[in-house]
Design a protein around this ligand. Structure first.
Ligand code: BV8
Ligand code: ZN
Length: 246
């Protein structure tokens, strides 16, 4: 695969690289995307399940859907794209991952600096006292569990529609976007806000922004370069080229 000189120069001179990732980076691990034809949402519209109201209205239905997704995620393994990002850490002072995914695959791949803007499906917390619990503490309960401490309802520690993103995580992500020299936008339809502001923040701070996707997205017109193809094929290709230029 050939890459334009401008991109190779940006990689050659970069100190800090940011990877902004969405569900598409986990597609090759067998984790369905959200809005693709085989999307997780296929029987439901996202707003129907990934909201606090939906959970309060029918805790067991939403809990069951997250248990179904945890089953998929636990069987999944980090793929060549996640692993290539870890390899990048050998070649740059700083490699930061800002992900919208809740599937824990960047952590499991071994990335050192990961900001999970939408939380993590392996974590829960009590709605009443806020106590945090690992998903494994309520393994296979098909009912939304109650907090052993106070009896409150326990929910997945993910950011639902209409909920604020964790302010500290968003702040670190924005900081990373401002600092980075190259920003990869990988496997995201770039329609969910405020997360989708991150690549724009990188761009407006002067980063060279490269999109990696199997098809054009809302962000494509703003990218310096769009690499069309699967993340699991393209990122290892970029890494191979990187070894020649760094
Ligand atoms: C909020 C966690 C207010 C749960 C998720 C403007 C500003 C602020 C908010 C809004 C706004 N406009 C609208 C809103 C509201 C809303 C929103 O953005 N709606 C959208 C749908 C229009 N935003 C919110 O509600 C946010 N909160 O605004 O709160 C507030 C503020 C202050 C105080 C109080 C309240 C919260 C949004 C977070 C929702 N939670 N997930 C869970 O996972 O169950 S969102 C969900 O979408 C996932 O996190 C997912 O990651 C994310 C984005 O989707 P993508 O990752 O992009 O996945 P998608 O399937 O769409 O695309 C996959 C892509 O991969 C495709 O492009 C495909 O081509 C590509 N692909 C496929 N295979 C491959 C590939 N690419 C490469 N290789 C492959 N092999
Ligand atoms: Zn509690």
């Amino acid at each position: 695969m050939e890459f334009p000189a401008e991109f190779l120069n940006a990689l050659k001179n970069a100190e800090s690289v940011l990877f902004f990732t969405g569900a598409g980076i986990s597609a090759e691990s067998g984790v369905p995307t959200f809005r693709g034809k085989e999307g997780l949402w296929k029987n439901y519209r996202p707003e129907e399940l990934a909201t606090l109201n939906a959970f309060l209205e029918n805790p067991d239905r939403v809990w069951e859907w997250y248990e179904f997704r945890r089953g998929i995620v636990r069987k999944a393994k980090p793929n060549a794209a996640h692993l290539a990002i870890v390899e990048f850490e050998k070649y740059f002072r700083e490699v930061v991952v800002v992900t919208q995914n809740v599937d824990d695959l960047h952590n499991r791949a071994g990335s050192r600096e990961v900001y999970e803007l939408h939380g993590n499906i392996e974590k829960n917390f009590c709605l009443r006292c806020g106590k945090r619990y690992d998903a494994k503490e309520f393994n296979d309960s098909e009912h939304a569990p109650h907090c052993p401490g106070c009896g409150g309802l326990v929910r997945p520690a993910v950011v639902w529609f209409g909920e604020a993103l964790p302010a500290d995580v968003m702040k670190s992500a924005e900081e990373a976007a401002k600092q980075c020299d190259v920003c990869f936008v990988v496997g995201t339809s770039a329609v969910v806000y405020p997360a989708a502001y991150i690549p724009f923040k990188a761009k407006s701070s002067g980063a060279f922004v490269v999109e990696v996707n199997i098809q054009p997205t809302e962000f494509t017109p703003y990218a310096n370069l769009s690499l069309t193809g699967k993340a699991g094929e393209i990122l290892p290709e970029v890494l191979r080229k990187l070894k020649e230029v760094r």
